[in-house]
Design a protein around this ligand. Sequence first.
Ligand code: C2E
Ligand code: MG
Ligand code: MG
Length: 580
Amino acid sequence: MTKILVIEDEAEVRDNIQEILELEDFETIVAPNGRIGVTLAKAQVPDLIICDVMMPELDGYGVLKELRQDAITATIPLIFLTAKAENSDLRQGMTLGADDYLTKPFTLAELRRAIATRLEKKAAVVLHYTNQIKNLGAKLEHLTYYDSLTNLPNQRLLRERFNQVKTQADSQKQQVAVLLISLDQFISLTSSLGHTDTEVLLKAVSQRLVNQIKPVEDDIDTVARLDMAQFAILLKPISCKQDAANVAQTILDVLSQPLLLSDREVFITSSIGIAFSLAAFSNLDNLISQAEVAMRHTKQGEGNGYEFYTTEMTADFDNRFTLAADLYHALEREEFLLFYQPQVDLKTGQIFSTEALVRWQHPERGLISPAEFIPLAEETGLIIPLGEWVLQTACAQAKAWQAAHSVPLQVAVNLSARQFSQPDLTKKIVRVLIETGLEPSLLNLELTESILIADVEAANKTLNELNAVGIQIAIDDFGIGYSSLSYLQKFSFHTLKIDQSFVRNITNNPGNIAITTAIIEMAHRLNLKVLAEGVETESELEFLYQHQCDAIQGYLFSPPKPAAELTRLLKAGQQLQQRK
Ligand code: C2E
Ligand code: MG
Ligand code: MG
């Protein structure tokens, strides 16, 4: 029933109105003055208020003002009753937000019309708000279940779908599988792409995933976004491992196609972890965390692949976890040291450079190889301070050797993806060169091709800066990546280091012979110097020598050694035996 509050100090008028309203079937409450009126309005929240203007103490304007300041009563329509409808009164009432006026004495018809108009308007407003709330509700529902950037389902919706799949798989005695997909090198990618392009990239990746995984009515494969660059795919029930492997391979292929972002080509790869279990025993959180362990395991290797979860991985993962914590303190505890491995010129037989290779002297585990902790340092960001320490130490050492050595001796320093994508990289390196007094041409930075092709434009900009300063650049581990030498022509660099996997047993491996000779020939045509890594045997050396390789590095001549040992080796003037 519609409730109307009447605030009127004149008892006769008040009773009159009340009687009329009750006859019209309105629930009516009355207040003899403004103060009580405000209190009743707040307590009962009527649908309409009829209020006298002229009252002692708190008059109609005062009542209106107080009601408009309170959220609960602010929108209740209010009709003023006034004996003298003077213009100034009207204006004051209107600015305060009164909705209508009745001038006393008024007829029954006038009262009815005023009430009817107010209530109709109120109903329209209520309808408007109800609709708005409905729309908001739909939006809220969407936000609750979908990721706002990519419009993919989020973890909550994934959970609901999981329960559906689980029931379905259970009845068919099948398995439930989850694939966790993570983009490789995402952090360095975002720092070179910037915020907007990163968002475009994530949307494009999502679109590619959705195109691969089309949901069919009740037969649902679900693609969800879990985190910044992490996506999960919940497969419809599977009957064998291969079903999940096939999906993973398709996704790897699709995601590794180049992406065009603001007119530049960006190459991305991803790592996938897969976990599955019989429906009866499966739980989404377990599957996701197992898939994550498998995904990290893939990333730790070369990335760009998929692996199935195994229990051994968890032990491995825990191990890495403690290692990451130790790594955090290793720099301040001065547990890192550099070994240096000679690089030898095949024409002169002389050592012309040494490669600085970092080691970690772990208090309990002994000497740890960079292959184990560099990826961890990359992931945690510790590579930045660690890399600075390596550069500083290597340059200072090279300067010291140069002073004692008759010919110029270069030093080669490895840079990882995250280091290379720092916007102020050149500045930082120049500062180190100035501090140590090392000539820029004696510093050789080793980069892998995957670092360069992640963002061609940004890489070229940095390479040009480094070149302008006179710093040397080498492409490390060449041959194992995805790019051809003709593709690498886009970049300005000086040396190509052939990966040791091609050098290994070269004389007995026709494939490696073909690749290595082709690389050397083509590099020379492009005016590049070629260095072969990992030379362990005389026959490997002989082959490289016969095929005009310019330089070598490997256990045959010398393994990486502490600085003091290398100083001795340099002093003794050790060199490669000259061949005929
Ligand atoms: P890399 O730059 O390709 O270094 C060559 C690796 O081959 C070194 O492994 C070296 O010890 C090893 N090696 C040299 N000669 C031979 C040989 O004749 N036979 C065999 N089997 N191996 C040989 P290491 O020192 O374990 O370093 C592994 C990788 O870790 C390096 O590969 C490099 O990518 C990375 N790394 C090392 N130091 C640093 C660093 O200071 N910063 C960064 N970002 N990465 C580093
Ligand atoms: Mg290297
Ligand atoms: Mg290498």
